[in-house]
Design a protein around this ligand. Structure first.
Ligand code: PHE
Length: 340
């Protein structure tokens, strides 16, 4: 009996001295493990003389229950202490600003293109994509420029190692692709995409740039339709009060050919740095599709006519946002890209 009393006293004292969960586990093994002190004390019951056995057994079980309860209580207390420790020692400053998630966005060039698409979509134009690597035939010959035609000088060209295959210098070869697919049905399409020219890279010219070609082919299409479409487009993009000006020009694949200006969006025609004191900004080349080109596309020029235009969407963005260096478009400098 005195051994039980001693066991209980020692167990309580050691339990009270446990400072963490590991110590508690060790205590538990020492007293309640398979060879633990409590187990051993219980095993003694059978060996105690008969007349003391009942009393010893009762006491042994009482000690066992008391220690088990004390252990559970100590475990709960230790859990509270651990939580307390983690709250004070590993402080989380909930007032600290969170980490920002970098959000991507569409490139200015893409955004400008999409704006142009939606304006022309409202006028019934579909977006049509054509290849960037073209044949000499598509890029030049079928557009009314036979080999050695002097007009080819307007487009400095990247040639591939395969003779007759080149990087398109403009989106105009797409006109032939669309017409050949659609003929003899009417066409109303815009053709966006990358173009390439073997040029010196400056603030105003790049070796790669986007164009948006427009093409309408039907019976009875006139210069008036072209002017109306361009006027409507310019006003939607640059503002309702915009005026357009049409100058005579030359392209081998249109006849007559024109160049289109809008009155300067900064000075409204008075003359400033952006428009180089002219009051006008050039936005596109255009014209009525040349009969030879219509024929190459599969249309009879006696019945069909059409208009075409070509513009540089980056130039459009340049003008609208007052950007002074076209190289910024493909330079991938986030300081530039994040502004839009
Ligand atoms: N392809 C011409 C260029 O790149 C632009 C253009 C397109 C002109 C369609 C007239 C008609 O300069």
């Amino acid at each position: 009996m005195s051994a039980l009393t001693e066991l209980e006293r020692r167990a309580h004292a050691e339990l009270a001295a446990c400072v963490d969960a590991a110590a508690l586990r060790m205590w538990h093994t020492k007293y309640f493990g398979d060879t633990g002190a409590v187990k051993l004390a219980l095993a003694q019951i059978g060996k105690v003389p008969k007349e003391q056995r009942a009393e010893y057994g009762k006491e042994a079980n009482r000690v066992k229950d008391a220690l088990a309860i004390a252990f559970d209580a100590a475990l709960v207390k230790e859990k509270d202490r651990a939580l307390e420790r983690s709250l004070t020692e590993e402080v989380v400053d909930v007032s600290m600003p969170g980490r920002n998630i970098e959000r991507g966005r569409l490139h200015l060039a893409t955004r400008t293109l999409r704006e142009i698409y939606s304006i022309f979509a409202d006028m019934g134009f579909q977006v049509y994509r054509t290849r960037e690597v073209e044949t000499d035939e598509m890029n030049f010959e079928l557009l009314n420029m036979p080999p050695h035609h002097p007009a080819r000088d307007m487009w400095d060209t990247f040639h591939t190692t395969t003779p007759g295959v080149l990087l398109r210098t403009h989106t105009s070869p797409g006109q032939i692709h669309v017409m050949r697919e659609m003929a003899p049905k009417p066409v109303r399409a815009i053709l966006p995409g990358m173009c390439f020219r073997y040029e010196q890279i400056t603030t105003r010219s790049e070796i790669m740039f986007q164009q948006v070609e427009g093409l309408a082919v039907d019976q009875g299409i006139s210069m008036g339709d072209l002017k109306g479409a361009i006027q409507a487009f310019a006003r939607r993009l640059f503002g309702q009060e915009r005026k357009i000006r049409i100058r005579s020009s030359y392209f081998p694949f249109t006849e007559p050919s024109i160049e289109v200006d809008v009155d300067c969006i900064v000075c409204r025609g008075k003359g400033c740095g952006l428009c180089k004191r002219t009051g006008w900004l050039e936005i596109m080349g255009a014209g009525l599709v040349h009969p030879a080109v219509l024929r190459n596309g599969g249309y009879d020029p006696a019945k069909f006519s059409g208009f075409a235009f070509g513009m540089g969407p980056q130039r459009v963005a340049l003008l609208r946002h007052g950007i002074d260096d076209i190289r910024l478009f493909w330079g991938n400098d986030l300081r530039f890209l994040c502004q839009f």
